[in-house]
Every structure is written in C-alpha cells, then in structure tokens.
Design a binder for this molecule. Structure first.
Ligand SMILES: [Zn+2]
Length: 77
C-alpha cells in the first residue's frame, strides 16, 4: 500500500496525520505502520529498536528518523 505525499506551503513534503519517527516513538502491542519517505510505501514494525531499516519495497536503507508514522498508534490499512 502507498500513501500519497503532500506538500506544505514551504514545499516540504509530509503525509496527512503523520509525523516523523523519533526516539520516543513506540509500536504498541499490535505494531505500528511506518511510511518509507523514498517510495511512500507503508510497512508495519513491532518494535523500534533499530537505527535504520531497509524498505521492503525500494530496498533503500532508511534512517529511523526519516521514516514517517501515523500520529496515533494505528494502522493506515
Ligand atoms: Zn521505500
């Protein structure tokens, strides 16, 4: 599944109702969706004890804080 990237007034892209992953981000018991900033594909993780993760779709290694996630622990799909 892909999520459309939007652009704000300054031309920076973002995903609706999502935020960047940071060191406080937790997955919860049911996992948490994360969005690849390179190809907009949604994946699910069950923990955040990693510093970078390879996207299953575009196969790029993405730093943790470059991934996006829904603001609330939930699933986009
Ligand atoms: Zn990707």
């Amino acid at each position: 599944m892909k999520i459309p990237a939007l652009k704000d007034k300054e031309g920076r892209f973002y995903y609706l109702n999502c935020k960047k992953v940071d060191r406080h981000t937790r997955s919860g018991y049911n996992g948490r969706d994360i969005i690849c900033p390179m190809c907009d594909t949604v994946g699910t993780v069950y923990h955040f004890s990693w510093s970078s993760l390879t996207c299953q779709h575009c196969e790029l290694s993405i730093n943790k804080t470059a991934w996006w996630t829904p603001k609330k622990v939930s699933h986009l799909t």
